[in-house]
Design a protein around this ligand. Structure first.
Ligand code: DC
Length: 227
């Protein structure tokens, strides 16, 4: 029996709904889900735990090496064992999000994390593997079985963010414009960064979700997988 694990990569800009779509696809297929942001957050958390300086390349390297040497890394980003305690909840704080973004711009860190990521599907005893991030199809798994680029306009993504917060985009117009502007700025930074810029990976299927709800987006992905 073949042990080859089907690899599906989903890249795209921030706040594009990659994570929720991938989780659902993984659940329906019984595949493994890996959110690559979790490992950048893990490196950011180590910077804090070890009192390292995120602005020094040497310290960022140390943090990435320390992260890959941890015996119990949970790549789903739910738990983070440190000194026998689970401090996974700290991965989602604003401070760690900022640090993750900072270390993600560092070539040395990306190099250290590259091999670790490539080994994940090989080590898994899973039929399939769904992963989402910024460079999954372009850099980490260029030979993936299926590559998808999920995107939507900044306005659509801003509306979804507001709805998640329980606000009405029709009335909270100032907040809507502000969030859309921040999303556009982040897109520009992600697309123009020197290291692993956000691009449509070669051979990727682009799914624009402005006119699609989550269920329709999941269906579009499942159709491409060929279910
Ligand atoms: O997807 P996320 O919000 O958990 O990602 C956290 C940060 O990690 C994000 O600001 C950019 C960085 N990141 C990256 O540089 N490359 C990836 N493949 C995934 C995340």
């Amino acid at each position: 029996m073949s042990t080859k694990c089907y690899i599906l990569t989903v890249d795209g800009p921030a706040a594009g709904g990659k994570s929720s779509v991938c989780k659902q696809v993984a659940k329906r297929k019984g595949w493994f889900f890996f959110s690559s942001g979790a490992i950048y957050r893990g490196v950011g958390l180590i910077i804090r735990l070890e009192g390292l300086d995120p602005h020094k390349e040497e310290d960022r390297r140390k943090a990435a090496e320390r992260f890959t040497s941890l015996p119990e890394i949970d790549i789903t980003g739910r738990t983070f064992l440190w000194d026998g305690h689970d401090i996974g909840h700290q991965l989602k704080t604003a401070d760690i999000s900022n640090l993750a973004s900072l270390v993600g711009r560092c070539a040395v860190v990306r190099d250290i994390l590259l091999n670790m990521q490539r080994e994940i599907p090989e080590k898994l005893k899973a039929e399939g593997f769904v992963t989402e991030g910024r460079d999954m199809g372009s850099v980490i798994y260029p030979h993936a079985d299926l590559k998808i680029f999920l995107t939507a306009s900044p306005e659509t993504r801003a509306k979804r963010r507001l709805l998640q917060k329980g606000l009405n985009p029709m009335t909270a117009t100032a907040a809507l414009h502000q969030i859309a502007r921040e999303i556009s700025e982040r897109d520009n930074r992600d697309q123009s960064r020197e290291v692993a810029p956000l691009v449509v990976p070669e051979g990727a299927h682009v799914i624009e979700t402005d006119e699609l709800d989550q269920e329709q987006t999941i269906k579009a992905v499942m159709d491409l997988i060929g279910v």
